[in-house]
Design a protein around this ligand. Sequence first.
Ligand code: ATP
Length: 234
Amino acid sequence: VEPISLGLALAGVLTGYISYPRLYCLFAECCSQKQSLSRDALQKDLDSKLFGQHLAKKVILNAVSGFISNPKPKKPLTLSLHGWTGTGKNFVSKIIAENIYEGGLNSDYVHLFVATLHFPHVSNITLYKDQLQSWIRGNVSACARSIFIFDEMDKMHAGLIDAIKPYLDYYDNLDGVSYQKAIFVFLSNAGAERITDVALDFWRSGKQREEIKLRDMEHALSVSAFNNKNTVLQ
Ligand SMILES: Nc1ncnc2c1ncn2[C@@H]1O[C@H](COP(=O)(O)OP(=O)(O)OP(=O)(O)O)[C@@H](O)[C@H]1O
């Protein structure tokens, strides 16, 4: 093969590779790569890895698979996971991320914030607020299906929570950017005592843990949210 023909052929392949997104996405991570999600695979993952959390499993499976399969969601998906330390909130966030992007938490489209690590100084709240908003705006502009996980929400300054709230609403777009395909996951210890109280009441009255319904927890959590300003539930 002549060098010139070989060069032209390679250039042709490369142009095709770069201009044909599906081909490019076979070799590199793409935002559009996972516009669909296998509900069965997510269910299998939740069933085989996450224990003792029948309510979380059901809500997460329905919410995440329903949201991803909706081509035009009216608002971003917002999940708020509550419970004591070590109950699996980060663990389940990882499962969600892995089912949407192969790289899971390491994906360029998954962003994890830890309140005490990323926003430690109350005196810098205005700066954090600007940085956080431009981070969210920039990443959603680059990939509509961006995932933002906020750990330690109960330790997050109320001003920063207010900075995130506009992105969670029913806006078609904010300053030219649509957030309707994004996913926000909030992890918090807030309400953990109330959750434990409900579980203990069920146990004391001889009922199975699996008999606890979401409405039993919703009431407990709404009381707790009312008393706690550091929550997106308010
Ligand atoms: N329900 C669960 N099922 C299976 N494994 C679990 C569960 N809960 C916790 N684990 C295991 O414990 C580890 C620690 O849990 P994880 O970090 O998810 O807790 P957390 O609720 O996020 O705690 P924190 O509030 O301290 O951040 C997980 O990586 C996982 O291996």
